[in-house]
Structures are given as structure tokens and as C-alpha cells.
Design a protein around this ligand. Structure first.
Ligand SMILES: [Fe+2]
Ligand SMILES: [Fe+2]
Length: 311
């Protein structure tokens, strides 16, 4: 065996026996590239995802709701930072990743390009968007790349708080006035289909999935996770007293799963390519934050260098 072959077989064995690949281990270039792309996209989603809810911080209806929302939005910033750190262990630089986000060279989850129109959206984002994120991320705790898997353990604990605060907010609104109940249903109607799109395109249109599953970066296909999310959400909607905007949604006794309609994949493709309701605004806000933070980064770097010199 050549040395590359023996490294490859060691890597294959590590993955096949469910051990973790660590940053200093040899890994195939494709594995490294796939992870950088996936972790960066995940980190960007956490950071851009602060915006739709962050928009309601200044007009939260009570001090309690404001405190909860602030904690939640701050958690998302933390998730972004863990994930950028995990990506950096693969040899990329966070500044470089941010530049790629701003230039559009790297993507983030399409869901954050929809506007949050009422405070009920805060609840529905927590319930459905964080709920879908949990379905996606719990299996990632067993991802083959150590730093990613470990980051996910902490992230998932916080996501479960996010989902509960959303559900609790909606329960409170559903016990309120007719107008409040209508706000909740309206928000559910707007977010349901985009939430289903969070699992990515159908399996037969997801070319990288098979390789990612073989590398055990991913553990389940997009369609499996989408099904799990639908099955989980239906009884929760019943408890809340809301419906999902899908006439095809019904229990299938034979499959022991819910049948459901097809998301508008053309809309998904449009939004991913940059033409969603809020794409420009989301990137403009991120760009402004990056520009405004330049002096802080420069000062921190200069301070660190001086500190090292002094010691
Ligand atoms: Fe998060
Ligand atoms: Fe979250």
C-alpha cells in the first residue's frame, strides 16, 4: 500500500467504526471541503438567523418576553461562533468565511430570507424553525467530525429552549383574544412551507447527500428528516389549536406516518439564488455590522500584539 492508501484506509476505518475524525488526522480533500462548506453554511445561518427575531427586540410586548428573546438571539450568536471555530480547525479563517457570506459565494438557510411580520412570528420561528433545526442537528451530534459533533451537543440543548419558548409564547397568544389567535394562525400559514424547505431538496435532487452519508457527516436523508419533523409537529399543532396550510396533510395508517404536500421548490431555488423577500436586506445588515466592527477587530489585534511584546 502507498502511504495515501494506508491513510485512506485508516480514515475509512475511523468513520466506519463510528469514531471521530479530529482536525490533525489525515482526511480526504473532499471530506474537508464538504465539511467546510456545510459548517460555514450552518454558521452563517445562525448569524443571519438573528435578524428576523432581532427585529422585534425593541418592541417586545413585555419585559419578560424581551428578556427571553434577547437570550435566544444571543444564543444564536454563540452558535455561530462555535461553528466558525469548528470550521477554523479545518484550516480556514473566519474573516474569509464572513467575506464569502457577504459576497454571496457561500449560502445560508433560505428560511431567514422571509420577513417576520408580527410578534406571533417570534413564537412560530421558535416553534417551527428551531424545531426543524433540532431535527436536523440532533443527528449531527454523532457526525464523524469531532469538533462539529461536539459543538452540536451544546447547540442542541439551547435549541430545545428556543423551541419551548416559542411554543409557550404561542400557547399564551392562543389563550388570548380572537385577534391574537388569528395572528398565530397567520404566522403558521406563512412559515410552515419554508420550514419544510429547511431540510433541503428532495433526496433524488440532493446530489451530495449519498457521499455525506457515507462519510457519516449526515446520518439521515433530507426526506427522512422532513418526515420526522412533520410527524412531530402535527400533534403539537393540535395542542395549540392551529392548522397547517396543506390540504394533503393526513395520517397514513399503512405507513404509520403523515402524508403531506410538496413544497414549492421553484420558490426555494429562487430564494437560494438570492431573490427572496429579504435577501438583500439580510446581507446589507451583515455587511454594515462587519464594516462597523472593523475598528474593534483592528484594535483587538493591535492590543494582542502589544500584549505579547510586553510579556
Ligand atoms: Fe441556533
Ligand atoms: Fe435556535
Amino acid at each position: 500500500m502507498t502511504s495515501t492508501e494506508s491513510l485512506q484506509s485508516e480514515f475509512d476505518h475511523t468513520v466506519a467504526s463510528d469514531q471521530r475524525v479530529e482536525p490533525r488526522d489525515w482526511m480526504p480533500d473532499g471530506y474537508r471541503r464538504t465539511l467546510i462548506r456545510q459548517i460555514a453554511q450552518h454558521a452563517h445561518s445562525e448569524i443571519i438567523g438573528m435578524q428576523p427575531e432581532g427585529a422585534w427586540l425593541a418592541s417586545a410586548p413585555s419585559l419578560r418576553r424581551k428578556a427571553i428573546l434577547m437570550a435566544k438571539v444571543q444564543d444564536e450568536a454563540g452558535h455561530g461562533l462555535y461553528l466558525y471555530s469548528a470550521a477554523e480547525t479545518l484550516g480556514v479563517d473566519r474573516g474569509e468565511l464572513t467575506a464569502k457570506l457577504i459576497s454571496g459565494a457561500q449560502k445560508y438557510s433560505s428560511i431567514f430570507n422571509y420577513p417576520s411580520l408580527s410578534f406571533a412570528d417570534v413564537g412560530v420561528i421558535g416553534w417551527l424553525v428551531d424545531g426543524a433545526a433540532i431535527c436536523n442537528q440532533v443527528p449531527l451530534c454523532r457526525s464523524s467530525f469531532g469538533p462539529y459533533a461536539r459543538a452540536m451537543v451544546r447547540v442542541c440543548k439551547e435549541e430545545s429552549f428556543h423551541q419551548r419558548q416559542g411554543f409557550e409564547l404561542l400557547m399564551t397568544m392562543m389563550r388570548g383574544t380572537v385577534e391574537q389567535r388569528e395572528m398565530v394562525q397567520d404566522a403558521v400559514n406563512r412559515w410552515w412551507w419554508p420550514a419544510l424547505m429547511m431540510f433541503g431538496p428532495p433526496d433524488d435532487k440532493s446530489p451530495n447527500s449519498a457521499q455525506s452519508m457515507q462519510w457519516r457527516i449526515k446520518r439521515h436523508t433530507n426526506d427522512e428528516l422532513r418526515q420526522r419533523f412533520v410527524d412531530m409537529s402535527v400533534p403539537q399543532a393540535e395542542t395549540l389549536g392551529v392548522t397547517f396550510p396543506d390540504p394533503e396533510l393526513k395520517w397514513n395508517e399503512q405507513r404509520q406516518h403523515h402524508d403531506f404536500g410538496t413544497p414549492d421548490w421553484d420558490e426555494f431555488a429562487r430564494i437560494i439564488s438570492g431573490d427572496g423577500p429579504c435577501n438583500k436586506e439580510r446581507i446589507a445588515v451583515r455587511r454594515a455590522a462587519d464594516d462597523e466592527g472593523t475598528w474593534v477587530r483592528e484594535a483587538a489585534t493591535a492590543f494582542a500584539q502589544r500584549g505579547e511584546g510586553a510579556r
